[in-house]
Design a protein around this ligand. Sequence first.
Ligand SMILES: *[C@@H]1O[C@H](CO)[C@@H](O)[C@H](O)[C@H]1NC(C)=O
Ligand SMILES: *[C@@H]1O[C@H](CO)[C@@H](O)[C@H](O)[C@H]1NC(C)=O
Ligand SMILES: *[C@@H]1O[C@H](CO)[C@@H](O)[C@H](O)[C@H]1NC(C)=O
Ligand SMILES: *[C@@H]1O[C@H](CO)[C@@H](O)[C@H](O)[C@H]1NC(C)=O
Ligand SMILES: *[C@@H]1O[C@H](CO)[C@@H](O)[C@H](O)[C@H]1NC(C)=O
Ligand SMILES: *[C@@H]1O[C@H](CO)[C@@H](O)[C@H](O)[C@H]1NC(C)=O
Ligand SMILES: *[C@@H]1O[C@H](CO)[C@@H](O)[C@H](O)[C@H]1NC(C)=O
Length: 756
Amino acid sequence: MKITLNPRFRVFVLCFYLFNVASEAASDDGNEERKPYIVYMGEPVPGANPNSLEHHHNLLLTAIGDERRAREVRIHSYGKSINGFAARLLPHEAEKLSREEGVVSVFESTRRKLHTTRSWDFLGMKESKYQRRIPFESNIIVGVLDTGIYMESPSFKDEGFGPPPARWKGKCVTGPNLTHCNNKVIGAKYFRLEYPNPGEKNKFSAADEDGHGTHTTSTVAGISVSAASFYGIANGTARGGVPSARIAAYKVCWEDGCSDMDLLAAFDEAIWDGVDIISVSIGGASSTYFQDPIAIGAFHAMKKGILTSCSAGNNGPDLFTVANSAPWIMTVAASSLDRKFQTLVKLGNGLSAPGISLNTFSPKKKMYPLTSGFLASNVSEDDYGNPSLCDYGTMGEDKVKGRVVYCEEGSSGQDSNIKNLRGEGVIIQLEEPTDIASATLISATYVSYGDGAAISRYINSTKNPRAVIHKTTSVRTVAPSIASFSSRGPQLISPDILKPDLSAPGLNILAAYSKFASITGYPDDKRQTLYSILSGTSMACPHATAAAAYVKSFHPNWSPAAIKSALMTTAKPMRVKGKDICNASKAETFSPEPILRGREVVYDNSMSSYIRYLCKEKYNDTMIRVLVGGRKEYKCKDFKHGLGTDGLNYPSMHKQLRPTDKRVNAVFYRTVTNVGFGYSVYVARVRAPKGMKVEVRPRILRFVRPGERRSFKVVINGVWVKNWTGVVSGSLQWNDLRGHRVRSPILLFKPDHHFT
Ligand SMILES: *[C@@H]1O[C@H](CO)[C@@H](O)[C@H](O)[C@H]1NC(C)=O
Ligand SMILES: *[C@@H]1O[C@H](CO)[C@@H](O)[C@H](O)[C@H]1NC(C)=O
Ligand SMILES: *[C@@H]1O[C@H](CO)[C@@H](O)[C@H](O)[C@H]1NC(C)=O
Ligand SMILES: *[C@@H]1O[C@H](CO)[C@@H](O)[C@H](O)[C@H]1NC(C)=O
Ligand SMILES: *[C@@H]1O[C@H](CO)[C@@H](O)[C@H](O)[C@H]1NC(C)=O
Ligand SMILES: *[C@@H]1O[C@H](CO)[C@@H](O)[C@H](O)[C@H]1NC(C)=O
Ligand SMILES: *[C@@H]1O[C@H](CO)[C@@H](O)[C@H](O)[C@H]1NC(C)=O
């Protein structure tokens, strides 16, 4: 399918190109080009900021050999929560630095992408119907790493909010288009370590000129705003999941994307500032955890008791596409809501088709003349493009003006092409169905392949074809299901840890937007809006962030792993039919009531659990030492390595088989902590995956006091049924007599060929 998620990405690509050209021109090292690298050095040395600056310089000097050059190339030193620096290096210098003592990893700073309402009601968090602890909620600070914030949005008004929590160390960095913060948005910072043009330095601020950051932030913690809608579409109350929580905005994404060094700098500060939860709707490719700024930042956050919630990516429905998969991250897939957006097209012969789009335009006439790109063609050769697809420069204005035009094969830019020829509207035939409704420059709707063919037949059958495209309305649908674009597991870095962890609404979500951005992102689109509808795992992540903040408002001292466990083990399994299960990759959805009901036992992981896990995964002593930091020598041999198939006390159980495996043997060692009150007895209930025998030892767990831990072992044996590849799934559920249910998915996956 050729439809692009967001026309804005085209703008990104263009600017990225310009940026590269500029930095190349600035290079002064002959043929080889200096590129920004991150030299990551683990935990900061306690109380040693000036020393570490000198240390960073000495390291650079060793690698480069020239005093002046070593000073010139350093871009930034991290040091508040993370040790390391960013510098413009040549590949051999990077290589040399990676061998220095105290250096965990050296990697090029690449660019990551943004993973681009009614949703809370759908999850069961109706405004009046769920229990909240507002004084605790208002003590929670959510850090959002994104495109900044639009302070003028009604969703960020601070009426009724007291001063920020006393422990807050963050700041409001003002600048163009961002002149103040308030008691709701208590911090705003921006990170732009390299300026495309140094003279432009004072033009930057944390103001959101894209809309994405305002959208995600208001989804987490926007206050309740009634009669919010996108041009009347999806009219209702817009509200974040934890409306009383505080917001700290960290702007790391710009027109050219989100650079690794900016992301790491934002983590460095946010952890230090005192945020409680971090939300990151950004991602990109990574080969290992310690060459990925999000995994590194989240690791240091975890050490300070801060959970990081991330989007899983928009590269579905292909398997093995999930991003942000480190086990200390909460990885969120996108599911649909129980509503979709329909844009009806009616034809002169009485037929109609239910298209999909976000059409803000109401027709002014009953019917308009209808034509097709093919009929409007003014080119004889196909050198210029294909008029049937309404390609740029292939149609005559005289044949388009005032008409609705039918185009084949949805691709980005068709609405713009027809608008330029003063067309009235555009009907676009999709090759494959989509679930994403997107905004367009002129009246437009996307129709199915079959409906498109019917419209084409109608055009051919009459002298004066006519059509009208109606304004978009919302209609009910069956939900939830995993959105087509949502990246799927399994993951490639730690094959035996199931990712994504859970799903949340990410399809056609209404939330606050920035008036500094246009609706479609096209330069000639002058429409601005306070609320807009976007789709992506970017939109799912903040829902899960808010659910985590909600849990934290009841349990301020829970570890990040305990919060994640509460969400994962109380998530409702998605009803999936047949092969769809592979698509869903067992991503689950959650609702607040069971989160609270089922919060009685959790799968916890501490820093040392992760160290044992990393030892099992063959990270060596040198790396472990710098990651952990401090003066103590850590040696993997002093730690009991993580045991069993996955080596971690994870709330789900997963094994990736080899393509040739016939027999399955997997062992999972687990420990649950009683976070409820006093005496309770839990009994294991197993739903075994097809063809498998699942043994749980012991099958009964007795707790006498809160805080007690009980260990058990899950042994899975069986024969892979027949010779098909794919997924078999089941679950282990701990039930107590008072109705608490703590459920872990069990999933076995067999690929049809070897993935590396
Ligand atoms: C949205 O709904 C409210 C209340 O139902 C109504 O007053 C308002 O006019 C509606 N707004 C739009 C743009 O339709
Ligand atoms: C087709 O029409 C467009 C718009 O009116 C015009 O720019 C273009 O030059 C025309 N092409 C030909 C081959 O006449
Ligand atoms: C309509 O006519 C055009 C041009 O002859 C042709 O390409 C197209 O396939 C026809 N559509 C249908 C549905 O037959
Ligand atoms: C504020 O935002 C507007 C709209 O994007 C932009 O045109 C303007 O340049 C911004 N102001 C500054 C000082 O950057
Ligand atoms: C995933 O779902 C899509 C559409 O629902 C379907 O076409 C595709 O075959 C599914 N993929 C797998 C691996 O089941
Ligand atoms: C640990 O691994 C790093 C990177 O792979 C390597 O440079 C270093 O020499 C290793 N250290 C030991 C003690 O094996
Ligand atoms: C097993 O695999 C072979 C070759 O891929 C195929 O021809 C056969 O139909 C498969 N059998 C079953 C039961 O799926």
